[in-house]
Design a protein around this ligand. Structure first.
Ligand code: SF4
Ligand code: SF4
Length: 184
């Protein structure tokens, strides 16, 4: 299998997204019974605040991936972008990240369909594919810790690419267990 050395990293980990007040969940419908925005709107129809609130801060999109040049298959790894804080799953240089990581891609409603390597568990991908949010998503559970409890968060489970001698060494940390959709 010929693997490209390329990897992709979407820049969803904005401090704004991670500061989102999941506990209060301001997007819960009122009165009870009304369908929430993630069930009634497309990604393109969402407000900036609604869009940001979809990010659960799992950190999976900031992991290094490889692509099989022949088949196009994605090889996931447990190796994180050098700017990811493995304990908080936050980008440590979000504002200036492009200076250090030029290939960091900003996810938008327009490109979400093209980024086939996005984790199946990612809320943006789930919504885009009509699969809805999982029960562990903070907008459903009301608890940001539910992402960790469900085993979706990458907190404490990554190795920084900065610790590798060569970028291709990331292949030694393949992690197909991260390919799941996170369930319902
Ligand atoms: S620079 Fe790295 S850590 Fe920061 S958002 Fe992009 S992929 Fe994630
Ligand atoms: S994979 Fe999706 S939900 Fe998780 S941090 Fe990245 S953008 Fe947010």
């Amino acid at each position: 299998m010929e693997l490209t050395a390329a990897c992709w990293r979407p820049s969803l980990m904005s401090p704004k997204a991670l500061e989102n007040p999941f506990r209060e969940n301001p997007f819960r419908p009122s009165p009870p019974g009304d369908a929430p925005f993630w069930e009634t709107k497309t990604l393109a129809q969402m407000s900036a605040a609604e869009w940001e609130s979809l990010c659960d801060g799992c950190g999976r999109c900031c992991l290094i991936r490889f692509e099989d040049e022949e088949s196009g298959d994605i090889v996931p790894t447990r190796v994180a972008c050098k700017l990811l804080d493995g304990n908080t799953c936050q980008c440590t240089r979000y504002k200036h990240r492009k200076r250090y990581v030029p290939d960091c891609i900003k996810l938008t409603p327009k490109n979400v369909n093209e980024l086939k390597w996005m984790p199946l568990s990612c809320a943006y991908r789930r919504i885009n594919e009509g699969r809805g949010l999982a029960s562990w998503h903070p907008l459903i559970s009301g608890d940001p810790k539910s992402v960790e409890a469900a085993g979706i968060s990458m907190k404490g489970q990554t190795i920084s690419e900065a610790a590798l001698e060569h970028p291709d060494d990331a292949l030694e940390y393949q992690a197909y267990d991260l390919m799941g959709d996170g369930g319902d």
